[in-house]
Design a protein around this ligand. Sequence first.
Ligand code: TRP
Ligand code: ZN
Length: 885
Amino acid sequence: MTTRSDASPALIRLSDYRAPAWRVTQVELAFDLGIDTTDVTSRLHLRRDPAQQEPLRLDGEGLKLLSISLDGQPLPEGAWRYADSVLEVDGARDGSVLETRVRVQPAANTALEGLYLSGKRESGFLLTQCEAQGFRHITFFPDRPDVLASYTVTLNADRERFPVLLAGGNPDGHGELDHGRHWARFVDPHPKPSYLFALVAGRLQKIERDYVTNTGRAVKLVIWAEPDAIGRCGYAMDALERSMRWDEDTYGREYDLDVFHVVATHDFNMGAMENKGLNIFNAKYLLADADSTTDDEYRAVEAVVAHEYFHNWSGNRVTCRDWFQLSLKEGLTVFREQQFSADMNSAPLKRIEDVALLRRAQFPEDAGPLAHPVRPAQYSEINNFYTATVYEKGSELVRMVAGRLGREGFRRGMDLYFSRHDGHAATLEDFLRALGDANRVDLMPYLAWYAQAGTPRLTAHGHYDATHRTYTLTLSQHTPPTASQPHKQPLPIPVKLALFDRAGHMIPLHLAGEAGTDASALERVVVLDRAEQSFVFQQVGDAPVPSLLRGFSAPVILECDYAPADLALLLRHDVDGFNRWEAGQQLAARAFDNLRDGDATDALDAWCNALEALFAETTLDAALLADLLTPPGEIELSERERLVDPSLVHALRQQLQEHLALRIGREALYQRYEALAAHTSLELDATSQARRRLKRRVLELLARIDPWAAHSLATLQYDNAPSMTDRLAALAVLVRENAPQAAAALVHFRQRYADNPLAMDKWFSVQTQLPGELVLDRVHALEADAAFTLKNPNRVNSLFGAWARNNPDGFHRADGSGYRLLAERLGQLDAINPQVAARLATALNGWQRLEPMRRAAARAAIATLAGQAGLSRNLTEIVQSMLHD
Ligand code: TRP
Ligand code: ZN
């Protein structure tokens, strides 16, 4: 049975929020676990708000009610009603205890929400996913995050089939039962919302580590996985330990239970889940070893392990009042995770990676019909709001506020936030108020960032006055209208800046009207908090080149009338690693314009020249060089176009790289490749990772101008690769270049990794990157492959997600065949897993800006899908929003 909510367009509104009329202080749950049916007994200790008169209403979806009693008395038929996913009970009083017994069907649950089976019925295990509203698929409950209760959970199951029984909280006994069954109990003393409940049961193996907090508290860390995967959990354990230590050292946050369990599953709708004391991970973000994991994936494992762990405070101890406040936990936790990753690795590279993600995933969201504020005002299906806007833009908002307070001020504010709201459900206002109160500043102006959708355009214009030796920087802002917000207000935009002289040195900043304040500062922040404002810098000897928005100090699109030579100067000299890269990105985008318009080549020349010089510099970090050599991606370049022809964008970007490769020269590329290949190793240290990254980039550039040489180098690299990073990089080059050697390598890869689902996902996704015309047939062939299934989210994303999102030229066929295939599969997938279908459907976002032929074809495909009967609320909301701009 899949749970398909009918397509009711009912909107939930932030402005309708009311405190719960009924609370639950204590929950006692008992599970009789089975693959096909599981029985759940629940005892809820109820408290009533004396100010409200509502009858007791509990959420419940698809539950079969077996029995119900109130205060020990079985309830007669007429004393309760269960309809439209709500159970209404008569006669409950303050202090009442409601006991229900329900039956659910784990193996039939393909939506992977609530209690479900991971893997095959003979060998798989049972687990739960409750965020956001999965708990109501398990038992009756006021399933909203502002109802916090303490949980006692007893699991009982067949010992042979389910030797391991886990739930969140501390263990509180276990034992044997008749008929080969056994039981285990867990008590969680920390009140939590229902979305943080979890259980796991099955044949799992573990690795353990003893951790001692800075205050001497002993914690047992346990990672659980299926037998074939347990050998790949060591890296995650190390990352977990680093995360715990970092949160204690950086934020003073300590873990608060005796045990911390982490479980890996191959069947998961998202990345991972922060259930209290029992984090559950998509295996993709937990398992790692050199033979099957790339460097990028190692860093992702570290980041996601940290993210989920950090939720223990930012999300669990202090949770969200309602789902509109989702960014309170997600934006903040992404920010904490980004800080952690920057500390563990290279800070500038991390910033580049994060901003690139923001531009690739969030800016397009903010620019299209799915645009919504970081705190949306309404939703139909909350699962559709786990978006790049709530997560990534939300993190940028925290970063701005943190920057405003400074390191110590932010820590002071966070301490107050955690202590003031510990054990409670909070709002974004609470967050800003606590940070502000601790520092005696008013942060409420930043609330506007949470309420307003769309990416602000920041325009900068500089004027140098030689007579007065002043440089006037005029900043102005404008946010384009979005679907439900035609008029936008100005936001506080912190602009971190420096001024460079023509020799590439930063000059001291003397801001008019601010005598005395750190007169010799080379870098400072000005805040634009109205539509337009000018800043006058004094004692400026020569017309400077401004370096603006350093470190990407605000999530805006900067429009500045830089000359190509200015950008080239910053690319050569800026000491802010991020802004150096950014100057190169801006210059590359201008070079792209040169190629598209076929007129000037000033930007193209400046970009190629600057990179040719940097390529020859031996002191430059190899990873930064690899990033500098990479022009903005096709999605980012498309965002700048008024009408998008994805094939043209692809072709022009290829040309851009060809120009660059020719300027650097075949010989120089070849030599650098050989030098890097000589260092081949398995190590994960920064230098080794950086070499692999640059090696890949050099090989890709070489392929633009000497395919034959690149193909044979890639084949050699594939055959001799000691790690997945080198192996997959080589395979990707062979496939993308449609090299004759690709076929044999793919056959080899498939045989070698047939038993490793995560590696097989890569086998699927790499083939979706075949060039333009060829890929559609390949997608058809791949979905017919025995290893393909619509039931596994990772597999679906590795085929359809990778194709539709990462190969725009191959997906956006002019005849619309790509759109039709995707729309058809979305319709089928929706019947299996609505969350995954709705997420995949967002790959079609942005269709309005396609050139007319593709636009018409895309619209037709989406409209056909929208007309399909019985679509889930999830998919309905996405396709309707996309159609009604
Ligand atoms: N809260 C999780 C995180 O960001 C993500 C999450 C939300 C999730 N909803 C989910 C995970 C549904 C799995 C399924 O850390
Ligand atoms: Zn999260």
